[in-house]
Ligand binder design. Structure first.
Ligand code: ATP
Length: 303
């Protein structure tokens, strides 16, 4: 089965050419004493595929979570098409940002088609009464939803498996199904968290084609990935996160040629190490905690 990513119409949620789709400013996310993301700015424009890379633990997924309402950033602001995002993930999806997850999150015991239909719930206008009464409006909406879901399954190459249980799909196809489900919410921006994790080279190549086809439908894409070949083939721009901070941003050639990026991936020290400030902050917090503990009789052995 091949992915039908040839000619595509513009997606319903497509952005206007030239429009800034995502504008994240000064995003910081702290978990107690740990600053996982520090003052990160990132924009994604209509028609762009932007990559977000960085070593393990750099803060990439945390940043995604801040963009999708899963986390409320400690500081900073995220705008989608000019409007500040609501602090709830379902509202963010309704606004036009869809995502996939690092670990596949399908409904394993539902069919492939049902999984995509679930992804359409933010676009279904029929209310509770209409659903309960199952009037003509409900049936029309349901038929339209199924037709769109089948179109999306065809787009990712899974139409022939619409009635299969999701759990019976091979791994690569489960990832495709996640993408189809995300597209079902008719986004203007799609966030992909490690879409090729666990894939063989052929599946990775097919995913590359799929992402280009999604971009060609007018949906901007922001992608986290550890496969550098995939990222540098695919992306118009790449941002590098190291220890929560954006180290470099530019086109593939600029990023690949940057010594600090090479050093960060090889684990060598580099100039203006973004971890220095954090280490100092943590040491200061620990010193303060020691002072407080030492001042409280009987607390010496609690640590
Ligand atoms: N909910 C949380 N509570 C506390 N710490 C967290 C939480 N989520 C992430 N972290 C920490 O924040 C840092 C960044 O983690 P994150 O998962 O965002 O990195 P990543 O770049 O996506 O890593 P990977 O490439 O391994 O997926 C890590 O030190 C992680 O342990």
């Amino acid at each position: 089965m091949t992915t039908d990513t040839t000619t595509r119409d513009t997606a319903p949620g497509a952005a206007v050419p030239g429009e800034t789709v995502l504008d994240a400013r000064g995003v910081t996310m702290r978990f107690g004493g740990l600053t996982a993301v520090r003052n990160v700015d990132l924009t994604v424009n209509a028609g762009e595929i932007v990559g977000l890379i960085g070593p393990n633990g750099a803060g990439k997924t945390t940043f995604f979570n801040c963009l999708t309402g899963l986390y409320i950033p400690t500081e900073g602001e995220v705008r989608y098409k000019g409007a500040v995002l609501p602090p709830k993930s379902f509202k963010v999806t309704a606004a036009g940002i869809a995502r996939t997850f690092q670990n596949i999150r399908l409904f394993a015991n539902m069919t492939v088609l049902e999984n995509v239909l679930v992804g359409r719930h933010t676009r279904t206008k029929e209310g509770l009464w209409s659903a309960l009464l199952r009037g003509p409006g409900f049936h029309r909406a349901e038929a339209a939803s199924r037709a769109r879901a089948m179109e999306l399954l065809e787009f990712v190459g899974l139409a022939g498996k619409a009635e299969h249980l999701a759990r019976n799909l091979p791994y690569g196809e489960q990832r495709k199904l996640e993408i189809a489900r995300a597209l079902a919410s008719e986004p203007g921006l799609l966030l992909l968290d490690e879409p090729t994790a666990g894939m063989n080279p052929q599946e990775t190549r097919a995913t590359e084609e799929l992402v280009f086809a999604i971009r060609d439908m007018g949906i901007a894409v922001l992608v986290i990935e550890h496969d550098m070949r995939f990222i540098f083939n695919l992306c118009d721009r790449v941002a590098v996160l190291v220890q929560g901070q954006k180290l470099v941003e530019g086109d593939s050639a600029t990023v690949q040629g940057d010594e600090r990026v090479v050093a960060a991936y090889l684990g060598e020290p580099f100039e203006n190490d973004p971890g220095v400030a954090e280490v100092a902050e943590v040491e200061a917090a620990e010193a303060q905690a020691d002072t407080v503990t030492d001042a409280v009789p009987g607390k010496e052995n609690d640590r």
